[in-house]
Write a protein that binds this ligand. Structure first.
Ligand SMILES: *[C@@H]1O[C@H](CO)[C@@H](O)[C@H](O)[C@H]1NC(C)=O
Ligand SMILES: *[C@@H]1O[C@H](CO)[C@@H](O)[C@H](O)[C@H]1NC(C)=O
Length: 238
């Protein structure tokens, strides 16, 4: 995709991300017209400081719905000497319902459902965000530790009747959410590092584009990106 198309996609698909820093697009080939029944987005945040502020996320669409879902990780300060990770799984689709104790109605002040969990987890380990169909239009988001094999439930929600599976492409992002309100100076961005892993599903083959900067601090936040065995590493901040 041309960068002008990326920015059109950013504008149309990520209206709430005007204050984001970095985008990346993903796709899976061979997706049936009814969409995927599951998808896995690996993340590695090994070098990220244990402080709140960053959101590393992938977005996804469900066939038949315009609004997106998000899933990903946020760093948190250590608690009782243990590293804490915040896992997120949300839907911006009006009419999404939930009875999961990790979830509540509403997403970023609009319609939808937001689910999250804080848990002690090693930053060095790659965590897979797994999104899978439970039954009908009910979906769950979980985190799977690829080193220990442990699993952490993020949440479960039910989409409006008729909603189908997960569509084969969307965008991910790095956001520093303290900058979503007020003013900021680009050179005050704290350091972070995330590797977006290549997505996987039970059908097809996943790919990631190169990452790209967007927003009002392009070229001013120490952005670096490279590919590694997992996917695409992105570093920003100082
Ligand atoms: C997708 O679901 C199938 C069937 O439940 C499971 O075997 C597979 O591990 C899942 N794959 C991914 C990538 O989540
Ligand atoms: C999928 O993504 C890869 C990497 O960005 C790109 O080369 C390829 O053209 C994409 N395929 C489709 C069908 O969009």
């Amino acid at each position: 995709m041309k960068s002008s198309m990326f920015f059109a996609a950013v504008a149309s698909l990520m209206p709430t991300l005007a204050m984001g820093l970095v985008g990346i697009s993903w796709n899976v080939t061979g997706v049936p017209s009814s969409g995927l029944r599951n998808i896995t987005f690996p993340f590695n945040i090994a070098q990220t400081p244990h402080r709140s502020g960053y959101y590393f996320a992938q977005q996804f669409n469900f066939v038949g719905q315009r609004d997106v879902g998000y899933a990903g990780l946020q760093p948190r300060p250590d608690s009782n000497g243990q590293p804490i990770i915040h896992g997120v799984f949300s839907s911006f689709i009006a009419g999404t319902t939930t009875s999961d104790p990790n979830c509540h109605t509403g997403a970023d002040g609009g319609p939808g459902v937001s689910c999250s969990v804080d848990f002690p987890g090693r930053y060095a380990d790659t965590w897979n965000v797994e999104i899978s169909n439970v039954v009908g239009t009910t979906w769950r988001g979980d985190l799977f530790n690829t080193v220990t094999g442990s699993r952490v439930h993020i949440g479960t929600y039910t989409l409006p009747p008729g909603t189908q599976g997960i569509a084969g492409n969307q965008l991910g992002f790095v956001e520093y959410y303290p900058w979503n309100s007020g003013t900021h100076t680009c050179n005050s961005l704290p350091y972070s590092s995330v590797t977006f892993g290549v997505p996987r599903s039970s059908v097809g083959r996943g790919s990631l584009s190169d990452a790209f900067e967007y927003g009002d601090c392009v070229g001013k936040v120490g952005y670096r990106s490279s590919r590694d065995a997992l996917g695409v590493r992105v570093q920003v901040g100082f």
